[in-house]
Every structure is written in C-alpha cells, then in structure tokens.
Write a protein that binds this ligand. Structure first.
Ligand code: SAM
Length: 369
C-alpha cells in the first residue's frame, strides 16, 4: 500500500495515462486508495478449452487458449477473482463504479464475488454480437453474447450515469432520444479495427471500441480516471483518450503493452466535443426576476392547477389569500403538501392576455434554451 507524499494530492501521485507492467493484484495494491472513478475489467474468462477446435473445412479455430486464461480449478479462479476485485474496490472512490465483462464460463462466479465483497449491482448488460462465431461442432447454440456487470462500490452512494448522453446516443430522431436498454447489439472488433501484427491478430480478445465507448460515456465524466487492470491491447485507453478521460492500464505481457501504446498514440481527442452532458439548469431565485423588473411587485400570478390568484411581494415572495411564502412553498400548501416545482405551476399574464408558466421567464433570464 502506498502512502501519499506530503503536499501532493491523490491525483498528482497517480500514474495517469500510463500502462503499468506487471501483475494487477500486486500493482493495484501499490496505487493510492479511493483514487479512481471507474474500473473496466476484462479478466481471463477461464475458458477451460480441453481440445483444439476445427471448422467443417478442417481449418483450426483461433480460440483463446493462452496461458493467462488457464486456471487449475474453479477454486483457483475464484481466489484470483476475489483478490483483484478487492484491489479494485480499494482504489475506487466511494462514488466509483466497476464494469466487469465475461461469458457463461466466469460471469456468474464474478457476480457472486462482487456481491460478497460489498459491491452493489446496478445492471447486467448483454452485449449481443451481431457477427458471432458459429458453434462449429453443432452441439450447442451459437454463443452470441457476453455479459457485463455494472456495480457501484457502495449501495446508495452517488455515482455517475450520463442518462441524457445515453438517450441521445440511442435515437437522434427524437428531440430527447430514447432510453438506452440493457441489451447492446454491437459487432466484434473486426476489419480495420482489429489490430494485426505480421498479418496475425495482435491480441486474441481485443474488445470493440464501440462497447468501451458506451461504457465510458455512460459512467464517467471528462477528466475522470478510468482504470483497466487487464489492459490487453489497450481498447480502454484508446476510448478513454478519445473521450477526454484519463486512464491507468495494467498488463503483464510486454508485447500487448507495445500494441496498446501504439494504438493510444494514434488516438485523438477534442476536449470540447466530449462535454456532452445536459447542462444543469442555472439556479435563479424568483426574487431575481422581481429585482430586475421582469415581474413587478403587486403583479398577479395564477395557479395552473385551479386558477387561484397570488400577488407578487417586493421581497420575492408571493401572497395567496392567507398563505404567504416562496413560489414553491405556497404551491405546495395549495396542493396539501404534495411536492411541486413552483416555476412550473405559477403563470403570469403577458401583454396579449396569454397565461404562461413563469419558468419561461426563468429560462430567458438564465440564457437557457
Ligand atoms: C481478456 S484480455 C483483455 C483484452 C482487452 N480488453 C482488449 O480489448 O484488448 C485479458 C488481459 O489480461 C492480461 N492479464 C491476465 N492476467 C493478468 C494479471 N494477473 N495481471 C495483469 N494482466 C493480466 C492478459 O495478458 C490479457 O492481455
């Protein structure tokens, strides 16, 4: 465990936009605690391939049979999973979230361990592969999806979910988009996207950038620190850079680090284009409209729910019969305590006699569209 040098903030001591070479369990332990906003992890799946696979034309299938994916038993895999997930939990901020991707071989074990460690699952997302590999032997269904678990460090804590960006990404034919669902239909990384070295795949399990794009855009903000403990060919780093986030990668194989460094160096970012979250409405006190003469003391407001009339007071409060208070407080009292936004239920009368919500005046005043 590292301690922070005196006078340095946590982020100043982080190896930002770097790939650390080594074992992630060891290296996670050397990072400062509560320093990372988001983790994306694509761990070994423990595919347990016991024999080579061939296509009907007898060509060999390029399956994941690398040493880093082999474990002696489920117990060994579980112990490994518990260790790296505990390491991620320690470095995550209390507001942080983690994504883990896996297949039926490992994702149920990962999910149970996440819960045992105290993570709170927010969603499981199915990545449906639009171009999956067939089941060559024809003995099972074609395995056409992978599962991502999205979990927060602490149940009930505040966390980032860019709901508006996700809606806009999902359907731009509607003004406000369409809520993003938990089944994502995306192709595998193929063609030009697939990194090759001397004509062969540079990494056996390179994930598509589109998948990481959605993960990172949904659950982090520009400038956030995104950690990937199984960095591989660096897909997380490439997309983090393109989206104006900072990354920390951990990878134990030097040849993959070289591939990742090259990919990341070629990625470009536009710092303005990545600021896509819906701006928060500027807080305007009702009194500011009175003070600036947009509404006048003595002027009438009309309650949209039943036409009750109120008078604007010089101090930015309103009087409605015996009730006096803020636009929100008086509206709430008129609705017998039901929660209400006063800006939306009080109307003013314009010069043509139209009754319009005072929220329109607030928007003009704050420059909001
Ligand atoms: C499933 S791949 C990740 C692929 C990556 N998402 C991509 O898009 O290229 C897992 C990677 O983790 C690395 N790895 C496996 N065990 C590791 C460990 N204990 N520490 C660090 N890296 C490890 C492997 O070398 C492999 O590159």
């Amino acid at each position: 465990m590292t301690s922070r040098p005196p006078g340095k903030s946590v982020s100043e001591t982080l190896p930002l936009n770097q790939i650390l070479h080594g074992d992630c369990i060891e290296l996670l332990g050397a990072l400062p605690e509560k320093s990372v906003d988001l983790v994306f992890a694509d761990p070994p799946y423990n595919l347990q391939l016991s024999q080579e696979l061939y296509r009907p034309d007898q060509s060999k299938v390029d399956a994941v049979d690398d040493p880093w994916d082999r474990f002696g038993s489920f117990a060994e895999y579980d112990a490994f999973t518990r260790q790296w997930l505990a390491g991620c939990r320690r470095v995550l901020k209390d507001t942080g979230t983690i994504w883990v991707i896996g297949s039926y071989h490992n994702i149920y074990r990962v999910g149970a361990i996440l819960q045992d460690l105290g993570f709170w699952i927010l969603n499981d997302v199915t990545w449906i592969k639009s171009n999956p590999m067939p089941n060559f032997r024809g003995v099972r269904f074609a395995n056409a999806h992978e599962t991502l678990i999205w979990a927060q460090k602490n149940k009930g804590a505040k966390y980032t979910f860019n709901h508006h960006a996700m809606k806009a990404l999902n359907d731009d034919s509607r003004e406000n988009g369409l809520q993003m669902r938990s089944d994502w239909y995306l192709p595998l990384a193929t063609g030009r996207e697939r990194v090759k070295v001397n004509g062969a795949k540079a990494h056996p399990t390179q994930k598509p950038e589109a998948l990481l794009y959605r993960v990172i855009l949904a659950s982090s903000k520009p400038g956030d620190v995104v950690l990937d403990p199984f960095f591989g060919s660096g897909t997380t780093g490439v997309v983090a850079k393109k989206l104006g986030r900072r990354f920390i990668g951990i990878e134990r194989d030097k040849k993959y680090i070289r591939v990742a460094q090259k990919r990341i160096a070629a990625a470009e970012a536009d710092s303005e284009a990545v600021k896509v979250e819906k701006p928060r409405p500027v807080r305007v006190p009702f009194g500011a409209l009175v003070e600036s003469g947009i509404l006048l003391p003595g002027q009438s407001l009309y309650f949209a729910k039943n036409g009750s009339k109120a008078k604007i007071l010089a101090n930015g409060r309103i009087q409605c019969g015996d009730l006096s208070g803020s636009i929100h407080g008086v509206a709430k009292a008129l609705l017998n305590g039901a929660p209400v936004n006063g800006w939306e239920v009080w109307l003013y009368e314009d010069e043509k006699g139209n009754k319009i919500a005072i929220d329109e005046l607030r928007k003009k005043f704050s420059g909001e569209k």
